[in-house]
Each structure stands twice: as structure tokens, then as C-alpha cells.
Design a protein around this ligand. Sequence first.
Ligand code: NDP
Ligand SMILES: O=C(O)C1=N[C@H](C(=O)O)C[C@H](O)C1
Length: 271
Amino acid sequence: MSELPGVVVTGVSGRMGQMLVREVLASDKLNLVGAVERSGNDWVGRDLGTCMGGTELGITVSDDPLETFAKAQAVLDFTAPAATVQFAELAAQARAVHVIGTTGLEEGDLEKIRAAARHAVIVRAGNMSLGVNLLTKLTKQVAAALDEDWDIEIVEMHHNRKVDAPSGTALMLGEAAAEGRGVSLVEASERGRDGITGARERGSIGFAALRGGDVVGEHEVIFATAGERITLKHIASDRALFARGALKAALWGQDKAPGEYDMLDVLGLGD
Ligand SMILES: NC(=O)C1=CN([C@@H]2O[C@H](COP(=O)(O)OP(=O)(O)OC[C@H]3O[C@@H](n4cnc5c(N)ncnc54)[C@H](OP(=O)(O)O)[C@@H]3O)[C@@H](O)[C@H]2O)C=CC1
Ligand SMILES: O=C(O)C1=N[C@H](C(=O)O)C[C@H](O)C1
């Protein structure tokens, strides 16, 4: 039996699910012990390796998260809000580190996740890449240095299968800009302009979401004033970087006290 921390991946048939499985199989620090999918998904009851077009792995895809999480020290979860809220409670019961990459979570979901984090370690971030997490720090710094004569706009582009907008990353960048400026994002954010909108409201933080093709993820924070403009930009061209961040979070969380953490904590970039 392996001494390495055992990992369960949820949503294994998804874009990120498959990427996470590949990264865990390639890792010499973590051991894949289970795979979960939604009841009714074609992969349930079949061997994970065969489903992914390779050789058998001896891991049957399950639709029973409670039973599967019981073997895990970490759960890697990039699925959908309703699933993630349920997994947070079950992972906490199993005392497994729950790494949440799912975006589109609403305040009610976040409350339930916070409740689960009283009993176990949860690492949650709308983006697990080093580059984006560094970009949040830079965004906060630039926003803190500039006054409201500078308009802040956040533009993101993703593939045509993405279901939530603005992206989790755009919201992280918005939070960073709002923090830097010392305002609340809920009050300052301007999401979606259409028709006769009137002039831009001074001090607002605007969001625009583009969808098309197979774009992995692009984010731009624009600071614009009369006569000049600063643009901070991140381009992700490979989903593997998100998966590698998730594996790092799973390992980092193994010896931490219960609580909710983010990738700035994992990467040592926190304040
Ligand atoms: N934080 C980060 O760094 C990143 C976050 N993401 C986020 O991760 C999430 C997933 O993205 P992506 O992989 O592209 O999406 P996909 O739609 O490709 O994958 C989601 C998977 O979750 C499965 N799923 C849904 N509900 C359940 C459930 N109750 N139990 C088990 N599995 C379930 C889906 O199954 P089915 O198809 O049968 O419904 C599907 O296989 C999104 O919220 C996205 O924004 C993505 C990339 C990076
Ligand atoms: O859905 C995606 O694909 C991505 N989602 C995350 C987000 O909402 O920001 C992270 C990344 O940009 C890819």
C-alpha cells in the first residue's frame, strides 16, 4: 500500500477533471485512489483508464462521493457550484483536504463552504496559477497607487463551453482592485453594459466577458485615464497549470489546521 496521500478527483470526465487525473498519475507525491462523477454520467461504473482512452487503472468511476472520499486525504474538485457545496460537507466529514477550483459560487454557497472549513482544510481559488495570483497582487498595488481619475476595467475571454460570467479569476482581480482602492466590490462593480447606459460612473470597476473557440483563459486589468493607459495581462494557454496548482494545494494542506485558505497562502504570497 502507498504511503503517499490518497487523492480523489471529482468531475473526472470534465476538461479539468481529466487534466487533474493525468497530473496526479504523473506525480510522485500523490496517489490516485478514487474518481467521482455525477449520477447518470456515462463514465460511472467503468474503469477510469479505459474511459480516458488508455489502459485500465483499476479505479472504477463512482457516483458515491461519501464512500469514495472515505479513502482520501485530498479531494480535487473542479465541477459545478451545487456539487462543490455537497462535496465540501462530505470531504470535511472524511477530514480530507478539499481543493476547490469551481467558480460561479454564490454567497449562499460560500457560507456552506465556510461552515465545512470549521472541520477541515479547504483551499479555494478561482484560479490556481502562479501568474494569476501574482497578478492579483500587482493589481492591488497599482489600484492603491492611483486615484479615481483612473477608470478600472477587467476584460476576460474564455472558451465557448464556459457557463459562468464574469470568470472566477475576473472576480478575484476585481476584489484585488477594490481592496487596493479601499472600496467594496459589491458597491463598485459595473457588470454588463447595453443600450443607453449613460456615462461611466466615476470610481466603478467594470467587467466584460468574451466567449469563443477554445481559449483556455485570458484576463486583462486596464487602468485608463486622460492621455494614458496601463494594462496588466495574463494569458493561460494550458489547463495543466491550473491542475498543477491544485496538486500543490493538496500537498500544502496536509499539515494545516482546519480553515479556508487560498492560493496566495499556498504560494506564500499572502500579506
Ligand atoms: N480555479 C481554477 O484554476 C480553474 C477553475 N475552473 C473551474 O472549474 C469548473 C469546471 O470546469 P471544466 O472542467 O471546464 O468544466 P466541465 O463541464 O468540463 O467539467 C465539469 C465536470 O463536473 C461534473 N459534475 C457536475 N456535477 C457533478 C456532481 N454532482 N458530481 C460529480 N461530478 C459532477 C460534470 O459532469 P457532467 O458533464 O456529467 O455534468 C463534468 O464532468 C468551472 O467552474 C471552471 O470555471 C476551470 C479551470 C481552472
Ligand atoms: O472555466 C474555465 O475554463 C476557467 N475558469 C476559471 C475562471 O472562471 O476564472 C479559471 C480559468 O480562467 C479557466
